[in-house]
Write a protein that binds this ligand. Structure first.
Ligand code: FAD
Length: 392
């Protein structure tokens, strides 16, 4: 019969893949399983936190994906049986598949940081999944008195969007500089170096002198526990009391990946980079933040590229052709104030069983402001283009 492909997760990876499958072969039966009727995108959600943008600009429906011939099922997947090749949904019904694509994004590890569970997240928002958490953090910052300290707790790698904590620090500082100029941002970091560090630090010096302080791993910055009742954050070095705390805990692949048996003991999913095939379970591909992708950072642009490449692999396999090694491009923009951005872009290909960066470019540290302004325009265009391509 006609091959049935089920995709779990309608985010940047899964929605791209489902749509691309139908584009490549309109005969395929493609089902996208996603519990939310509206998707809320994380890129640019730091702007929402800083009051520079409203949440509806981050939100997209699945109407056009359905119109492209994808069957969109508004349910969460609760079980995967790789032997029977079936997916169970929250309403108890099930879907049979020939190939399954897992694209569930991340889950927060609510067991990894003592004191930080779901209840604590309602007080110390991670805002690492966009939506309610984004708005909560924004409201807390808006309600904070001038002279307060916003503390950002940043986990060790791997994490979703490695530079985003520093973008968040920058944009919060931008809000504070204009509205509450005696306030500060304190970053407690479980890492020493970070993505685009030189560019961020130069921008902080220029735009927010004395406003952003960062305590790195080797200075005792690793957060070891939190107490939500008192907004206390404990590190290797000492205790900090925050007026507002955004605690980003360690992460893992979305829970359904673990249920399917596709996650290893790191919590992430090992794959063959040529086919995105799970190394642990047959007939399953894993894309997006959930998979282990070597040098490819966990980003929307990577998830989108993987979604399309994975669709091509599946269509080739269905017609008995060997997969062609993908060549993925990704770009990641960071905004430090409106009209001031810089970027990192790369091309990634499978090498020795992992994705390796074969070409890369990063914005120069000493670029004129005009170039930063152009990068901010490119960032806007990037978001428009990727979201129209997937949801439009
Ligand atoms: P997601 O986009 O999170 O999609 C996963 C989907 O799976 C969700 O819709 C979820 O509801 C669904 N799902 C989960 N479990 C189930 C289940 N059991 N059944 C059915 N559905 C399920 N990336 C960039 O490229 N550029 C940026 O500027 C950028 N900025 C960022 C800023 C912030 C603050 C953050 C937090 C992230 C940012 N990112 C950025 C990263 C980007 O958001 C992620 O890398 C991207 O969303 C990953 O795509 P994904 O498809 O793997 O997961």
């Amino acid at each position: 019969g006609v091959p049935r492909i089920v995709v779990i997760g309608g985010g940047f990876g899964g929605a791209s893949c489902a749509r691309a499958l139908r584009q490549l072969d309109p005969k395929l039966r493609v089902t996208l399983v996603e519990p939310n009727q509206v998707f809320t995108a994380c890129p640019f959600s730091n702007e929402v936190i800083a009051g520079l943008r409203e949440l509806p600009m981050q939100q997209f429906t699945y109407d056009r994906i359905a119109a492209a011939g994808v069957t969109v099922v508004p349910q969460a997947a609760t079980k995967v049986d790789p032997q029977a090749r079936s997916v169970t949904l929250a309403d108890g019904t099930s879907l049979a598949y020939d190939r399954l694509v897992l694209a569930p994004g991340i889950d927060l590890r609510f067991d990894a940081l003592p004191g930080y569970g779901e209840a604590a997240a309602a007080k110390m928002p991670h805002a690492w999944k966009a939506g309610e958490q984004t708005i909560l953090l924004r409201k807390q910052i808006e309600a904070m008195a001038d002279g307060g300290t916003v503390v950002l707790a940043v986990p060790a790698a791997p994490l979703r969007c490695p530079p985003a904590p520093y973008e968040r620090a920058s944009l919060i500082a931008h809000y504070l500089k204009n509205r509450k100029p005696r306030s500060k941002v304190l970053i407690l970091d479980a890492k020493d170096g970070f993505s685009q560090q030189k560019l961020f630090e130069a921008a902080w010096k220029e735009l927010y002198p004395g406003m952003i302080e960062r305590i790195a791993l080797s200075q005792g910055g690793r957060v070891t526990s939190v107490d939500a009742a008192t907004n206390t954050i404990v590190t290797d070095f000492g205790n900090y009391t925050a007026d507002v705390a955004s605690v980003i805990p360690p992460q893992k692949a979305g829970r359904i990946a673990e249920i399917a048996g596709a996650a290893d003991n790191t919590g992430w999913c090992p794959i063959d980079p040529v086919s995105f095939g799970s190394k642990l379970v047959p007939n399953i591909h894993v894309i997006g933040d959930a998979c282990i992708a070597g040098q490819l950072p966990k980003s929307a642009s990577a998830a989108h590229a993987q979604g399309k490449a994975c669709a091509a692999v599946i269509v080739n396999m269905m017609s008995g052709k060997p997969p062609e090694p993908p060549r993925l491009t990704g770009a990641c923009y960071n905004t430090v104030e409106p009209g001031y951005a810089f970027s990192l872009s790369g091309v990634y290909q499978p090498k020795d069983g992992q994705f390796a960066e074969v070409e890369g470019a990063t914005s120069p540290v000493n670029a004129p402001r005009e170039e930063r302004r152009r990068e901010a325009e490119r960032a806007d265009n990037w978001f428009k283009t990727i979201t129209v391509d997937i949801f439009g």
